[in-house]
Design a protein around this ligand. Structure first.
Ligand code: PAF
Length: 289
């Protein structure tokens, strides 16, 4: 695995590889790799000639009160994990390399950001879209891999790739779960033992909602209540949101139809957890709409 710190060197390598018709699989991250990232890398390894992992804690996507400086970093550990997953290039630029001066152009995301987590993080997805625009131009990937746990990020990236005509195949990868269904996250370690036991209810409530949809329920209010009641009665967590939208447009729906996301965020004492399921609602779900 080659570690690259400069944009110029990364682009030179990629241009060389592309001239030999190599496919490039790209996994952009902010480091401190966890099992979710490793799943993306494994998939990229199988589907591409070359795998590029980027690690860059992007200041543009952190709000003034958010944890940019305390965001966990462990390059040595990440490097070992990346080697084990067969990564060819680790792109690890400094902030000065990525943003040598204040940007004269930024990407502004016009849709899909005023709901779910975007609602409480103004400017966050502009920062994500801006850094991804740069990274896509630097790495020029054939395929880019993102976890579905951050379903809103996937929706924003889908908009970016489509609207800006990137010749990139966006590959959303399924959520990796613990045995009891809890979505894997580095933040799960911050759950108290009791909360950890309760946290499996989040996925169970989504599974119950899915069953209800399969049984023919199409009213979003009924489904949201089902989930909220379960979380309120079986956990000490505080519901931040339980929402249902069309996906990836993230528009309100009166009735579940087509591709829909059921997403939730729940605050426990020291950690806020998110989870979601994406459903194709139609004929296969009991025949009714
Ligand atoms: O999901 C992340 O880690 C970041 O938002 C990303 C996509 C690497 C952009 O900084």
């Amino acid at each position: 695995m080659k570690v690259i710190n400069t944009i110029q060197e990364m682009q030179t390598e990629i241009i060389k590889l592309k001239s030999h018709s190599k496919s490039i699989g790209f996994v952009p991250t902010m480091g401190y790799l966890h099992e979710g990232h490793l799943t993306l890398l494994k998939r990229a390894r199988v589907e591409n000639d070359i795998v590029v992992l980027s690690i860059f804690v992007n200041p543009l996507q952190f709000g003034p009160t958010e944890d940019f400086s305390s965001y966990p970093r462990d390059l040595a550990r990440d490097q070992t994990l990346a080697e084990c997953e067969g990564v060819d290039f680790l792109f690890y630029p400094s902030v000065e390399e990525m943003y040598p001066h204040s940007l004269s152009v930024r990407v502004v995301v016009e849709e899909r950001t005023d709901v779910l987590c975007g609602k409480s993080r103004p400017g966050h997805f502009d920062g994500v879209a801006t850094v991804l625009t740069k990274l896509f131009n630097i790495v020029m990937p054939t395929r880019a891999y993102f976890g579905k746990k951050d379903a809103q990020q996937v929706a924003v990236v889908e908009g970016l790739v489509t609207d800006f005509n990137y010749p990139i195949e966006l590959i959303p990868v399924d959520i990796v779960r613990e045995d009891d269904g809890l979505a894997k996250s580095s933040r799960n370690v911050n759950l108290l033992p009791d909360e950890r036991r309760q946290a499996s209810v989040l996925y169970k409530s989504l599974a119950v909602a899915k069953l209800a949809v399969e049984g023919g329920e199409r009213n979003p209010h009924v489904i949201k209540n089902l989930i909220s009641n379960m979380i309120q009665s079986e956990t000490s967590g505080l519901i931040d949101y339980v929402e249902i939208y069309s996906y990836p447009q993230l528009k309100q729906v009166d009735n579940l139809d087509g591709t829909c996301i059921i997403a939730l965020a729940v605050k426990f004492s020291k950690v806020r957890l998110i989870d979601n399921v994406i459903l194709e609602v139609g004929q296969e779900f009991g025949g009714g709409k």
